[in-house]
Write a protein that binds this ligand. Structure first.
Ligand code: HPA
Length: 375
């Protein structure tokens, strides 16, 4: 098997120059660089990444721990992570913690033991152990999609006051990347209110996730903005999954004064809500108007076509990689939280008439920064 020394000899340069060309660690004159690449080609040289890792203490790999990888939202995030990592010359090790805090802690430890340079994690609803581990081992980490209040999950040393007064909370020490959640949910509510609905329900996600609490806040903000009273019976939990949303929607339909409009807080729960509506013989939007958080490839094929909030899923993944690479390059930089805007995809499940041209795929879509108010 050809070695780096063979490449250097064949190209007539030093081993250090070969290394700089292959690792991009220093600029090399174009003709020298080409000579090295030609020699690599001719000799069939492949770098020994294990040997390189022993020298550099870097593996040029990223650990990715994301639950529900089969959910199209997370699949697209994964595609964004993969593309950005590849572009930067990093490979990925992937684990699915199944939103289980104990499993999450275990898979993150396994990834860390494989000496990934850093990690991207969509944390579970109870991330205390995870945060403790990452903090103790100083693992460069970006939290993705769900935000973590690192101060609330602070490890408490024995003897700390029960109220935490004796503990000295450190500032949030993780980078985070997520999409806007509250304003887009408020927009769905005000949009439905603008169409005359007075009883608008929310099927919310798993308690403990920041995406859930932010979408609930957005729901309440939307009601307030529309001058509608909050009725706690119209806020139900679908636990972020289809079966939970099916049960929760059935509960809403059984109310003495059921809602006339429904907002579902993620794509899986939209499917569950649609199952319940079909089972109870209700049609959308005549019996119940529907607006969804999360757009997905076939949302446009439903009849009626689903009015939805589209999250920038690929960009979320790609941005998480770039934020992690910045952290690796500059370990002491202050942590940051990046929030990306969503888009309002206006179709017909909300009860609005078909817009001209939209059947040919020209669905009306606008980023929330541009839209801001109900139409
Ligand atoms: N977070 C944000 N959006 C989502 C999720 C989630 O866990 N699942 C489906 N869409």
């Amino acid at each position: 098997m050809a070695t780096m020394a063979d490449v250097a000899r064949s190209a007539g340069v030093s081993v250090a120059t070969v290394s700089h060309v292959l690792n991009g660690t220093r600029p090399v004159l174009p003709h020298t660089r080409q000579a090295v690449l030609d020699a690599v080609d001719a000799l069939g040289y492949t770098p020994n990444t294990l040997a390189r890792s022993l020298v550099t203490s870097r593996t040029r790999s990223i650990g990715l721990a994301v639950s529900a990888i089969s959910n199209p939202y997370f699949t697209e995030i994964l595609q964004g992570v993969e593309a950005a990592a590849l572009e930067a010359g990093y490979s990925l090790l992937i684990a699915d913690p199944h939103d289980d805090p104990r499993h999450e802690r275990k898979v993150v430890q396994l990834l860390h033991e494989r000496r990934v340079d850093g990690m991207i994690v969509a944390p579970s609803a109870e991330p205390g152990d995870l945060v403790g581990y990452l903090r103790r081992h100083a693992v460069p980490t970006v939290f993705l999609d769900r935000l973590v209040d690192a101060r609330a999950t602070e490890d408490r040393a024995p003897g700390d006051g029960a109220d935490g007064a004796a503990a000295s909370p450190s500032p949030p020490c993780f980078d985070q990347v997520c999409a806007e959640s509250a304003a887009p949910t408020a927009l769905l509510v005000t949009h439905l209110a603008g169409l005359g609905h007075r009883r608008i329900a929310l099927v919310a996600g798993l308690p403990g996730l920041s995406t859930t609490s932010e979408r609930v806040s957005g729901y309440r903000e939307g009601l307030t903005a529309a001058g509608l009273a909050y009725d706690e019976r119209l806020l139900v939990s679908g636990n972020s999954e289809s079966a939970g949303a099916e049960r929760a929607t059935a509960d809403l339909l059984a109310l003495p004064d059921p809602p006339t409009a429904l907002v579902t807080a993620n794509n899986a729960m939209t499917i569950g809500a649609l199952h319940a509506l079909r089972r109870h013989g209700r049609s959308v939007p005549d019996d119940l108007a529907l607006c969804c958080f999360d757009d997905f490839a076939w949302a446009d094929l439903f009849s009626p076509r689903l009015t939805a909030i589209a999250q920038p899923s690929r960009e979320l993944g790609a941005r998480a990689v770039r934020v992690l690479l910045d952290r690796l390059a500059e370990p002491d930089r202050p942590p940051r939280t990046v929030r990306l805007p969503c888009a309002f995809v206006h179709r017909t499940s909300c009860g609005c008439p078909e817009e001209p041209g939209s059947r040919s795929g020209a669905t009306a879509s606008s980023t929330l920064a541009e839209k801001g108010t109900a139409s």
